[in-house]
Design a protein around this ligand. Structure first.
Ligand SMILES: Cc1cc2nc3c(=O)[nH]c(=O)nc-3n(C[C@H](O)[C@H](O)[C@H](O)COP(=O)(O)OP(=O)(O)OC[C@H]3O[C@@H](n4cnc5c(N)ncnc54)[C@H](O)[C@@H]3O)c2cc1C
Length: 621
């Protein structure tokens, strides 16, 4: 959502169009949608709405709706969506620039001296045809089964086929209305003797749902999940039969925990992003978020390369920075998946047992049985397992049932079930090396902050360590014309321009540093803005602002910090002193920081830093 704030009002549109937060803030665990509630976890805290750590809150929005909004933004930028039929009437030699070609599938690629020749198949009058395109860079965002990844021979590393599931997309206004009134929530984990499933309520007002049901091939086949069978499963999980259930789509998918061995191939010409580069359990909402961050990390680097500001080696820093984040988010998603499994395990339904039973049936001993019998054995064992969920068994009067219910209560109470928000990872992820100048940081201050009062293990601790996202703080423009009076430090970086930002305090040595940096940036043909952060209360004084201090350069802005409840100044928030300065990249990540009075030879130092970040020597610029 922070990144979408920069895309032409996209975050605002999502906030307007998403369901009200009270309709999705809870995860509910129950025996059916109308049966007993085993537990309910509210994932929103009052501070989530206060905009202290971020200018924007989490959102709940269906991916297909997001894709529509993204296409609209591209159209606003002059892109045209074309179907193969529309293209037939156009000239073969037409410019492909700014065209979104629907119905085209990448089927081949060949590296050339200048880039990549890509073959795309499309349907013409019922027959498949192929069209060739030459591109200087090919960004493969073709999903978990990426053809491009396979064509360039990049392997995935990690755990394969953790679980097979069927995804059932259905509509039911009756069910939506019922849940709106009785138990609104986003995720419903449903366990009963007849069926088990996880229901994602996409929009209760519209009655739009996606149900996830585990299945075990080859004994259970995807083809067995007809629309009729899916409706029966839905009814078992709902506990009554909504008459208006309409199954829209049924799809199988497999859960993996894998990251590509390389993100960049063919001499920096082919680049994997999103699920093409990593695929992990959808526990914690990291899949698409990680993919969007990949694209954001890559965009300014491609732009720098195409604008001759950076060398091709900057593309390598994409892999150096993003691959460790993908690995870390994969591990976290696996941990989250295990946290989600703690609930069925407490209910006596250990999912690892189900997988073991399945493995035994698939093994040489089990496979001696005819396939119909294998299926019957598997379903029989699962049915015995599910029978433990009956109200006859799972109640306070039954010693085992009562013990299991107590274990469930402690899982929810201790926050050990699946969580919705991960601020330490969502906002606090940090690149350790890449297009940045790593430093040891101010360990004492940062360690103190980390060991201070924290409400949970996953709090986000703002940091100005190189590689971190720039911390958010609200600031007020002092003298420059800015579109808003009060805005976030994140807004100091434009979303539509390749520009670095230097943040300083109004200190003589820092002005010296800023002038030198502006001069060197000009030599490197890099756009740089300087932001001077003044302490709170500066606007009340007669003379404020940097005035002529940065002459002859004009690209600077004076702002005043607005302290929030933490009452920390900007530099305290960054664990630095006001002698410090921070250089921020166009993707809002910190490239370099230091104390201005520790630098003697400023110009060569800034030259060294920009050379490192952009992979160019000053003489080559
Ligand atoms: C049940 C479930 C719940 C999830 N929930 C969340 C969540 O809450 N939050 C979150 O962040 N993530 C979530 N995810 C993960 C998220 O859906 C994926 O990470 C995300 O869709 C990946 O986006 P992508 O663009 O990389 O790939 P995809 O969305 O798979 O898009 C790939 C696109 O490439 C096209 N394509 C494929 N092959 C070719 C080819 N050869 N040539 C041209 N085009 C091609 C496809 O048609 C498709 O349009 C969830 C996933 C699942 C399965």
């Amino acid at each position: 959502m922070e990144l979408f704030r920069k895309v032409d009002g996209l975050a605002e549109d999502i906030q307007k169009l998403q369901p009200a937060v009270d309709l999705w803030r809870k995860f509910i665990y129950c025996t059916s949608l109308s049966g007993s509630i085993l537990g309910s976890v509210d994932h929103m805290q009052p501070q989530d709405f206060d905009k202290i750590v971020s200018p924007v809150s989490v959102a709940h929005f269906s991916q297909y709706k997001l894709v529509r909004l993204l296409l609209k933004r591209l159209e606003n930028l002059g892109f045209h969506t074309c179907t193969p039929d529309m293209l037939q009437s156009l000239n073969q030699d037409m410019l492909w620039e700014k065209k979104i070609l629907m119905g085209h599938e990448c089927i081949s690629l060949h590296p050339t001296d200048q880039g990549v020749m890509v073959g795309a198949s499309f349907q013409k009058e019922g027959k498949m045809e192929e069209r060739k395109f030459h591109c200087s860079i090919l960004v493969a965002s073709d999903g978990a089964r990426s053809t491009v990844r396979n064509l360039v021979g990049i392997n995935m590393k990690g755990e394969h086929d953790l679980q097979k599931l069927v995804s059932i997309h259905f509509m039911s206004k009756d069910l939506g209305q019922y849940l709106l009134q009785q138990r609104p929530g986003m995720l419903f984990f449903i366990f009963n003797p007849e069926a088990i499933g996880v229901l994602v309520a996409h929009d209760l007002n519209q009655g739009e749902f996606v149900l996830q049901v585990p299945y075990y091939p080859p004994q259970q086949k995807f083809e067995d999940f007809s629309s009729k069978v899916c409706k029966q499963i839905i009814f078992k999980l709902v506990g009554w039969e909504p008459v208006d259930v309409e199954v829209v789509d049924i799809k199988p998918w497999a859960m993996h925990a894998e990251v590509a061995e390389k993100f960049v191939s063919c001499n920096n010409r082919v680049i994997l992003v999103g699920d093409a580069a990593h695929r992990f359990p959808p526990a914690g909402g990291f899949g698409m978020n990680t993919g969007i961050q990949d694209a954001h990390n890559l965009a300014w680097k491609i732009s720098s390369l195409l604008n001759n500001i950076a060398s091709p080696s900057i593309i390598q820093t994409y892999e150096v920075e993003r691959r460790p984040i993908a690995i870390s988010n994969t591990n976290l998603s696996v941990q989250n998946f295990k946290a989600a499994m703690s609930v069925p395990t407490a209910l006596g339904l250990d999912p690892t047992m189900a997988n073991s039973v399945h493995q035994v049936i698939n093994s040489s001993i089990g496979s001696i049985l005819p396939s119909s019998m294998q299926k019957a054995v598997l379903e029989g064992i699962f049915s015995i397992g599910r029978s433990q969920l009956s109200e006859f068994f799972l109640n306070e009067d039954n010693p085992i049932g009562s013990m299991r219910l107590a274990r469930l209560r402690s899982i929810f109470h201790e926050g050990k079930s699946l969580q919705l928000q991960f601020p330490a990872e969502d906002l606090g992820f940090c690149y350790l090396e890449g297009a940045l100048v790593a430093d040891g940081g101010n360990r004492t201050l940062e360690t103190e902050a980390a060991s201070g009062h924290r409400s949970g293990p996953r709090d986000y601790i703002p940091s100005a360590k190189p590689g971190s996202r720039l911390p958010h703080m609200q600031v007020r423009a002092l003298n420059a014309s800015f579109s808003k009076d009060i805005f976030s430090t994140l807004d100091l970086i434009p979303g539509d321009k390749l520009e670095f930002l230097l943040i300083i305090a109004p200190v003589e040595k820092s002005y010296d540093l800023a002038r030198s940096t502006l001069k060197v940036a000009e030599e490197f043909k890099v756009s740089l803005k300087v932001c001077i952060i003044w302490p709170e209360g500066s606007s009340d004084k007669q003379e404020t602002g940097s005035g002529t201090k940065l002459d002859p350069w004009t690209n600077h802005i004076d702002v005043e910090e607005i302290k929030r409840s933490s009452s920390k100044s900007w530099w305290e928030l960054c664990h630095m002193t006001s002698k410090g300065f921070i250089l921020v990249r166009p993707d809002e990540h910190i490239a370099w920081r230091s104390d201005s009075d520790t630098l003697d030879n400023i110009v060569p130092e800034v030259e060294r830093v920009l050379s490192l970040i952009l992979g160019v020597e000053k003489s080559c610029v």
